[in-house]
Structures are given as C-alpha cells and as structure tokens.
Design a protein around this ligand. Structure first.
Ligand SMILES: Cc1cc2nc3c(=O)[nH]c(=O)nc-3n(C[C@H](O)[C@H](O)[C@H](O)COP(=O)(O)OP(=O)(O)OC[C@H]3O[C@@H](n4cnc5c(N)ncnc54)[C@H](O)[C@@H]3O)c2cc1C
Length: 1065
C-alpha cells in the first residue's frame, strides 16, 4: 500500500516539522513579517480601540441599560457630559482613581436617569473577557496588514483597572506602537495623542490611516493630515480599508506564513498551469503563502482571482530511495478514490482537483486541493475558548473519528486499501525496524518495549479505514462553530485497527504543556478547561461506536508513544548526520527518552491491569489437593487438630484449597505460575552472574541497574506484589489476592534464584513490613509507606535484634521509646538490620520498650521511623560468611535521640510483641518457601552435573553415594514442601495464629533441610561447588543464616514441643 510504505525520510521530516516548526508558530503567528513593504502610499494603520477593535462602551451600555431597566441613553449622556472636564475624560487621562470615577459617574448617571444606577455592574461587564473581545475581522485584517509589511498602532482612550493595569484587552504583539491615554495623561481628540503615535511609528500623517468610531476624534486626526475611516461596523470599515490599501484583508489565511526562502516555487509557470486548469477567467495576481503544516510535503495556499487552493508538493532536494512513494501517494490521492470514498461516506475531506507530475511546472510533482477556510487548533488546551466550546471541539473530533472508522469498506470499494488484520503487529515491527535503523545508543525503555510490545499484541477486533495520524491539529474546524470541515493529512491512512487511531489522538493528554513537539495537557486541569479526559474521550468513542471499551487500552497508548519515540529517534539521528538542525538535535534525543519512558509507563500499567484483574481464585477439584477442616471437629487427645479431607464445604472453598502441585492451581493462578516460570528462564537466571558481580563491584551499595530493569519487566508482566495473602487483603487493594497455598507455589519458583524475590517485589523485609502496615497501620501510615513500597520505589527494614541481649527472646529487647511533648524519642543499639544500607530504604519498623514496668509481653512497641530522621547512625555492614548482601546489607546501627511524631506508633503502645508474632508468621513461611526453591535448584543442578561428570570411568550419577544423596535430597525436599504447603493451608483456612504450630514446624524443618541439600549439592560439584560460578554457595550460606534469622532452630523446636505437649495434656 503506497501510503503505508511511506518513506522513512518523510516520517522523520514530519516529526522534524512538528518538533521545530510547529510549536513556535502555533501561538504567535503575528510575529512573522514579510520582508518587503506593500500597500502603496500608506505605511501605517492606526486603530482606536473601543468601537473599532472591541465593542464600543456606548453599545455595551445600551444593552446593559435594557437588561437593568435603566432609561436608555443614560450612560451615553454621562459619557459626554462635562466634555473635556467630565468624569469620563478625567478617568481616561488618569486624573481620578477608578473608585472616584465610579462614584462621580454613578452620581451623574443617577441624576440623568432619576434612578439609582448600579455602575459597578456596568463597569464589570465593560471590562469582562466576554465583552472586551477583539473583533475577529479586525484581528485578521491586522495580520494581513502586517504580513504586507505595514505598521500597525493602537491609539486608545482607556483607563486603569482596579488591579493597577491599564485596560487593553488586545494582543500587544500585533502592534508596533500602543498609545494609551491613561499612561500619557492626554486624550483624543487632543492632537498631542496623534503626534505621539506618529512620532513613535516614525511616520508622516499622510502615510497613515486612522480608524475610529467617534467623529471628534476623526476630525482631529484629519486636521493633522491623517487619512481617516469612520467605523460604523467593523466589516464595512475593513472593506473600506482594503480599498485604500489595495490588498485583501478579510481573508487572512490561518496557519500560513510567507513562503520560506528554501521552499519558494516558480510563480509564473505555476500561474500558467493554474490558468490552463481553471480556465481563462482565472486571471489576476497569484498570491502564495505557505502553511505551517507540511515541511515533509511542503503545503501552500494559493489565491488566484476567486479561486483558493492548496498545493502540496514533494520536498526539494535529494530524497532517500523510497521517496518516490510520494508520487504514489499523490497519484492515489489524486485518483480521488480514497477521498471520494470517504467523502461519500460522510467523512469531511478536502476535494482533490489535480495531480501534476510534470517537474517542469514547479520542479517536483504536486497536487492541488480546494481550500477550506477554517481553523486548526494547534494548542490542545484551546486557549481563548469557553469550557463548553472546548468540549464541543473534542466531541466533534471524536465523532469524526467514529465516522472514519464506520466507513463501510465494501460499499466504499476500499476493501483492498490495506491488509486485513494484524495491523498493530505489523506497525510494531515497522517501528522497531525504523528505530533500529536510527539507533544511536541503548535506551533501556525502548529495549524493554521492543521485547514487550510483540508479546502483548491485542487481538484486532475490527478492520476499518485508519487515518494513521489522527490528532487535533490534523482537523480543520469551522471558525465559529465546533464543526469539522475537513480531516487533513491522510498520508498514513490504510486499513487497520481503529483503536490505534483513538489512542494516537489522546497522546496530547499525557504530554506536558511545555513539550516541544506538541504542547500537551498533562499539567492542565481538564475539568476546569472543559476538555474530556483521555478515559472520557475513549468512552465517548466506544459509546458512539457501540463497542465495549477494550481492556488493553494501555497497550495502545504504549504503542503510540513507542512510535513517537521511534520517530523522534529518527529525527535525532538525522540531526547528527547533518540532515537536520543540530542545535535542536540534542533536545530531540532527550525527547526520545522521555516519550519512551511514557510508553513504558503504559506498558507497566497494562501489567498492573492484568494482575489486578486476575479473577479471585477458586479451588479445583483435583486429586492433588485436599481441604483442611481446622477447628470445628472434636479433638481426639494426642491427635493433630486438623484432618485432611476431600470434602469441599462452601466455607472451605471460599478460603482456599490445599493444592499440592501447580497443575492443581485454578486456571488464572496456574497461568500466572507458568508465566512466572517463563519469565525466569530467559530473564532472571541469565542475569545472575551480572547481578552477583554487581554485589562485589565498587557500585555494590547502589541498586543494580539490571535489577531495576528486570523489576520494570516484572511489573509490566503483572508479576508484581503477588505475596500479600487474600486473608490480609480481602479486597485485593494491594495485592493479587492469592491464598498462601497459591503463593507458596509461586514463591518456590522465585526461590530458585536469590535475586528473583526482589525482581518481583516479593522480598523480605518489605513483604513483612507491607503486611504489617496493611494489617495494623493507620490510614496515614498506609498512605505514606504502602504505595512506594508496593511500587518498588522504596525499600524498608525491620529493627529488632540487639547485640547486647539474646534477641531470640523478643521480650529481651532493650531499646527505649520514650514519649516527650507529643513525640517519641528512640535510643538503642541494633544489629543485623537487613536492608538498612540500601539507599532506597526509607522506612524502618523499629521495636523497642515503651514501658519497662508493664507485663512482659506488653513492654514492647513498634514505630514507623522514616530513615531520614536525624540520629540514625549506621556503624558498619555485617557479613554473612564473608558476604555483604549488598546493597541492602545487614547493618549495625545506633539510634540516638531519634525523634518521631506520636502518630508513627503502629497499633498502639505495648503491642509490639503482638505485631512481631503477626509479622513474623507470613515472613517465616515465605522464607521456607524460598528455601524449597533453593533446594530444588540445587538438586536440579546436581542431577545435571552428575549425569555429565565422569569419575573413575563412569558418570557420577552411577556412583552409589551420589545416587543416595540425590534420593535423600529429593525425599527431604518433598517432606519440607508438603509441610510448608500444609502450614500455608492452615493459615488460609484458620489464620496465622491457628497455624502457629505448623509455622514453627516448617521454620524448624526447612532451613536445616535446605542446608543439607545444598551441602550435598556442593559436594557433588567438587571444588566448583563452593565457588561463585554456581549459586550453590550462596544458597548454602542463606540456608545456614536462616537457621538464626527469624529465630534460631532451637527456639522453634522448643515451641513445637511445648505446643505438642500442651495438646496432649
Ligand atoms: C542473615 C541474618 C539476617 C537477619 N536480619 C534481621 C533483621 O532484619 N532484623 C532483625 O531484627 N534481626 C535480624 N537478624 C537477627 C536474628 O533474628 C537473630 O540473630 C535471632 O533472632 C537470634 O538472636 P541472637 O542473634 O541474639 O541470638 P541469641 O538470642 O543470643 O541466641 C544464641 C543461640 O542460643 C541458642 N538458643 C537461644 N534460645 C534458645 C532456646 N530457647 N533453647 C535452646 N537454645 C537456644 C541458639 O542456638 C541461638 O542460636 C538476622 C540474622 C541473620 C543471621
């Protein structure tokens, strides 16, 4: 399809145009001036303000009098009353204050009308934005006058507003000179005013024309020799002015400018061509302007006699090889097929008149369209419009897009206008290719997107005509209503997925107003402006099209921004190779990064959506799972307090099932599990050597960029925060709402790599702290800490253990928390505080004594302490078998006079012990799940090694002791795994407290099991085992350390024994 194969250079030039031309001009068209001077004898036009450029006070007064039942003519009489020394004239010369004027003038009006006159309301109306608005016809005329090189001036009798500014509701940039009576202390018809103006313009009276609505003012000007026009109504006055100046003023063509030097085209041969085309009556001077649009395919406005046309041509100079695509585009356009088809289907399009491929006429092929006089809104915030008008503009834009997408392809004969289906897939590949062709350095979000987009392609619901570049500034509106006159720029149109157009038309919503390519709306208050949000816009579209809103809208936004980033990268590359302005090239490079980050944000949102929308899990009835009946059954002394059963009472179903193997998980969780495994294989395991290297490098105390990158990927895949059990978060506000059993299967997979838990934002101590906040935190604490932790932007630590006391007994903790003047002051010495050295660590959950005299289990409290609170001193990082576990580390820390507000108390004073029990429950079980993962990986590595390694003439796997070790490890892993799943299940059905025994059992059993399994694996690997070439040594040290962390084995053994003995008694 010729339009789709649009050449690379054209794409880039379009963006180039957008970046460096469009933005600046959309707002200040008046800044452009012709270099030559036209208009014959007249060199300057001087305008009065009230009654000429804006409505006259007299006219405003007349309407106001009717509305306020004031005798007609009251204000006018008061205006002229007193002549030179009346209150109005004194006010104009700033001889009296606004206050005095209102008083004196009000009195005068009341005298004249014999009634009380609310003058304040008249004054407010007179100076309001609604009334004091320049006449469009005059604004257009001024633009034209200036475009011809003539000067313009305002000569106004005006006054000061109560805010101290002079009343001048005009764009000063449209005037070379502004003379204001209140600033000069002189009023028209005083001759000094006119002289001042002429002097500042540097003009003779005879070179100037003056327009005013009041006779005395005109008379004074005429007496100086200035040519005058009496303004009865602006339209007629402009016509008169046109005659005097000898060039048109009323047809200022919006969005045009003088033709650029490098873009000039031979007028004579063009004029001849046009005369042949349009007939002999087309005579007269040919007027040529250039549109701001279309630097890629320069676009011109032509006026010849009564004809107004648009000419679009190939750009000058050498083009890239695919440039001839433009001719195909032109010929296609000019064959009129698409345009006619669209027009017939009710889509407003410009009418194409002619294609000229003869390069002798203007040097390149070109085509001609009829000119539609209308407005293009370049600033999406639509300045100067009322909220209701803005809404109407966006609604009209939305409707016209619906119209494009509703064209009946068969009826319109457009079934072969492009390929059917897979539009986005093809587009993604096209833009990946374009990006790769212009890549200058690695941009991480682009890399992630290149991987992510093809994996998340939406299923195309419909094939319609797509515009390909549908946005506000490609829509031509009626100047006075929200009617779309034409949709422009069809170069990228084809058949495709209509939602791509909808997303593209919302790009501005997410860009800041200062964005150089296209001013955006992200920092605007849309409801105040009256502009629909992107979501509203999208819903509006769906409603009108009668379709259900797509779920993966974020994908479309991600793709749209990716495409923009790829285009900008092309522009940047061209700037480096000298094809475009290098001054702005660097800026464009940054824009690529900016837009690719925006694209990635949408990819991440899409990941969150998938994750959030996972349906609540329902257990399957499979042979591999069973259910527990925890408390209700009568207990047999000496027997365990629960039994397993295949009975599925509704209560148990709602709480979860004991699923022994991943195949038994419900479909969505199984999918999540499989997806996790799929992500682990290509992304996590291969990254381990680099992540390990980072931990010993000079940058070890800063987060690994690779790990951060992988976190982003995980977020985008919806593999994020899956740890928070549904029991803690039943509304799934913060997590995926998995049961502990379901999470156990996923957690085990994460445990197969030491780095995976952090990559998926499921690592300690954050998981425990998040659970603590969700369960016990106040709304303020949740608001402050949960979001950054759940987003993976912040990290946290848990400070309990102290060097000076045996901390396996939490009641020993000595640190003091004392209340002083509404604050808590902390003093204490802690160690083994994991994660505290991480620069991202923002929260410390601190345990200390608030009341040493309270009963033993009520002395301790927990506080949330921001890490930037003064008085926290990290003494040193500790090592675990020589490993520092950077960047989080394990710190020895002093808390000296650390002062936090009382609101930072968690749950309440004296409740620290209670929280510690609650917090450590899930934390302990997670550690055990990971330990199963460590062990499984260690055993898998052992099996592979033992098969390939030969010793004494046969593979290791055939050596009896190795076989025995493999068997032993397998049995131990399965035992521990079943115990962990059982503990998780009891937590699911009966809660953490009821599962205390099971938790203690796994905490007692899992670390020594993992320690033994990894030790056997190390042995099977020979000297490679303890090296850092394999993860075995790290697994081993972690497993060993976990025999202390969260309480030493012995403590759990004692607990198990005590509970068992208690039950037997
Ligand atoms: C890698 C790692 C990370 C850690 N992270 C954190 C953290 O983030 N925050 C935190 O606050 N703490 C942390 N700790 C500390 C850990 O929780 C404590 O080490 C643990 O609670 C034991 O306390 P302790 O070291 O004071 O040992 P002690 O209480 O002095 O005990 C020493 C030994 O005495 C024996 N013992 C104790 N009680 C009994 C008993 N009842 N019966 C029989 N024998 C017993 C055990 O063998 C025990 O190992 C971490 C520890 C490690 C190794």
């Amino acid at each position: 399809m010729c339009l789709r194969r649009l050449l690379q250079s054209a794409q880039l030039q379009r963006a180039w145009r957008a970046v460096f031309v469009k933005h600046g001009q959309g707002r200040h068209q008046g800044a452009w001036r012709w270099t030559h001077s036209g208009g014959g004898t007249y060199k300057a036009v001087i305008f009065d303000m009230g009654g000429v450029l804006i409505p006259s006070p007299g006219r405003v007064a007349a309407e106001w009098e009717v509305q306020n039942h004031i005798p007609s003519g009251t204000i006018l009489k008061a205006l002229i009353s007193g002549g030179e020394n009346g209150p109005w004239m004194k006010f104009m010369r700033a001889e009296i204050t606004t206050e005095d004027f209102l008083q004196e003038f009000g009195r005068l009006c009341s005298e004249i009308s014999k009634t009380s006159v609310p003058l304040d309301s008249f004054f407010s109306l007179l100076t309001s934005e609604r009334v004091a608005k320049p006449f469009p016809v005059m604004t257009e005329a001024i633009t034209q006058i200036r475009a011809k090189g003539l000067q313009t001036a305002v000569l106004s009798n005006n006054f000061y507003l109560p805010n101290g500014k002079s009343f001048l509701p005009l764009d000063r940039k449209q005037f070379d000179v502004v003379v204001e009576s209140c600033l000069e202390g002189v009023c028209k018809p005083d001759a000094r005013m006119y002289k001042l103006c002429l002097e500042r313009l540097g003009r003779q009276p005879s070179e100037s024309i003056f327009l005013d609505d009041l006779g005395p003012n005109l008379k004074a000007a005429a007496s100086l020799g200035i040519h005058i026009i009496k303004v009865h109504d602006p339209e007629t006055a402009v016509k008169e002015l046109e005659t005097l100046l000898g060039f048109p003023l009323r047809m200022a063509v919006p969005n045009t400018r003088p033709v650029r030097k490098t873009m000039e085209i031979p007028k004579d041969s063009l004029e001849k061509h046009l005369k042949d085309l349009l007939g002999t009556q087309a005579t007269g001077p040919l007027e040529l302007l250039q549109f701001d649009h279309g630097q890629s395919n320069p676009t011109y406005y032509i006026r010849l006699a009564k004809h107004q046309l648009v000419l679009r041509k190939k750009p000058p100079g050498t083009l890239l090889p695919s440039a001839h695509a433009i001719e195909r585009e032109f010929s296609f356009l000019c064959s009129g097929r698409i345009m006619k088809a669209l027009a017939n289907a009710g889509v407003p399009v410009p009418k194409v008149l002619d294609l000229c491929e003869d390069p002798r006429v203007i040097g390149t092929p070109f085509y001609l369209m009829e000119y539609c006089p209308g407005l293009i809104y370049k600033d999406p915030s639509l300045p100067g419009l009322e909220p209701s008008q803005r809404r109407a503009i966006y609604t009209a834009m939305n409707r016209v897009l619906c119209k494009i997408h509703s064209v009946d392809l068969k009826a319109a004969g457009l079934e072969d206008y492009g390929k059917h289906g897979d539009y986005v897939a093809r587009q993604v590949q096209t833009w990946i290719k374009q990006y790769r062709a212009s890549e200058t350095s690695t941009i991480p979000p682009m890399e992630r997107l290149i991987e992510w987009l093809p994996l998340h392609l939406p299923r195309q619901q419909q094939t319609t005509v797509v515009h390909g570049d549908f946005r506000l500034d490609n829509v031509l509106f009626h100047p006075e209503t929200a009617k779309v006159l034409a949709v422009l720029d069809w170069e990228l149109s084809t058949l495709g997925d209509p939602l791509a157009d909808v997303a593209h038309s919302c790009l501005a919503h997410y860009l800041p107003s200062s964005f150089p390519v296209q001013p955006g709306l992200s920092d605007s208050d849309l409801s105040e402006l009256g502009i629909p949000t992107a979501e509203e816009y999208f819903r509006m579209y769906c409603l009108h099209m009668g379709i259900r809103p797509t779920e993966n809208w974020n994908f479309y936004m991600a793709f749209s921004f990716f495409r923009i980033a790829a285009i900008l990268q092309g522009v940047y590359k061209r700037s480096l190779t000298g094809h475009a302005s290098s001054a702005t090239g660097e800026q464009t490079g940054k824009l690529t990064e900016f837009t690719s980050n925006l694209a990635w944000d949408f990819a991440v949102k899409e990941g969150f959506r998938v994750f959030k929308e996972m349906p609540a899990t329902k257990p399957l009835t499979r042979s591999q799972h069973t259910r527990a009946r925890p408390q209700s059954l009568p207990r047999t002394p000496g027997m365990r307090s629960y039994v397993t059963s295949t009975d599925s009472s509704p209560a148990h179903i709602s709480k979860g099932a004991l699923v022994f193997s991943p195949e038994g998980l419900s479909a969505p969780v199984r999918e999540l599990y499989q997806w996790l495994k799929q992500v682990m294989e290509p992304h996590v395991y291969p990254a381990e050597p680099e992540l390990q290297h980072h931990q010993t490098s000079a940058e070890k105390w800063t987060p690994s960029p690779l790990l951060e990158d992988l976190k982003e990927k995980a977020k985008a895949e919806g593999l994020w925060n899956v740890f928070l059990p549904v029991e803690t978060d039943p509304e799934k506000k913060y997590g995926a709402g998995l049961t502990n059993v379901e999470y156990a299967h996923l957690c085990e997979v994460m445990g197969t790599s030491l780095y995976a838990p952090e990559i998926f934002n499921c690592s300690a101590p954050d998981t425990g702290n998040v659970e603590l906040l969700v369960r016990y935190g106040t709304e303020e604490q949740k608001a402050r800490w949960l979001i950054p932790l759940l987003e993976g932007k912040a990290r946290s630590c848990f400070a309990m253990t102290e060097p000076q006391v045996a901390s396996s007994d939490a009641t020993n903790i000595e640190s003091s928390i004392q209340e002083e003047d509404g604050f808590y002051v902390i003093n204490g010495h802690k160690w083994w505080i994991s994660g505290i050295l991480d620069p991202r660590c923002q929260l410390c959950v601190f345990m200390g004594k608030t009341d040493p005299h309270a009963p033993r289990h009520q002395q301790q409290s927990m506080l949330s302490v921001p890490m930037d609170t003064p008085g926290i001193k990290i003494i040193r990082p500790l090592t675990v078998y020589g490993l520092e576990d950077a960047p989080g580390g394990h710190g020895e820390v002093l808390f000296e006079q650390v002062c936090v507000p009382k609101e930072n108390m968690v749950l309440g004073p004296g409740r620290g012990f209670e929280i510690a029990q609650g917090r450590l429950g899930p934390g302990r079980i997670h550690h055990c799940m990971w330990l199963i993962g460590y062990s499984e990986r260690a055993l898998a590595l052992t099996k592979a090694r033992a098969k390939s390694r030969m010793a004494f003439g046969k593979p290791l796997v055939e050596q009896g002791t190795v076989l025995a070790d493999i068997a032993q490890s397998q049995v131990e892993i399965e035992q521990a795994q079943l115990l962990v799943l059982k503990a998780a299940h009891v937590m699911d059905v009966a809660g953490s407290k009821a599962a205390a025994l099971d938790i203690a059992m796994i905490k007692m059993g899992a670390p020594p099991m993992a320690y033994r399994v990894t030790d056997r694996a190390i042995q099977a690997f020979g000297a490679a085992g303890p090296s850092s070439d394999y993860p075995l040594a790290q697994f081993f040290t972690r497993a060993r350390a976990l025999r202390f962390a969260d309480g030493p084995d012995e403590v759990h053994r004692v607990a198990v024994a005590k509970m068992e003995l208690k039950r037997c008694s």
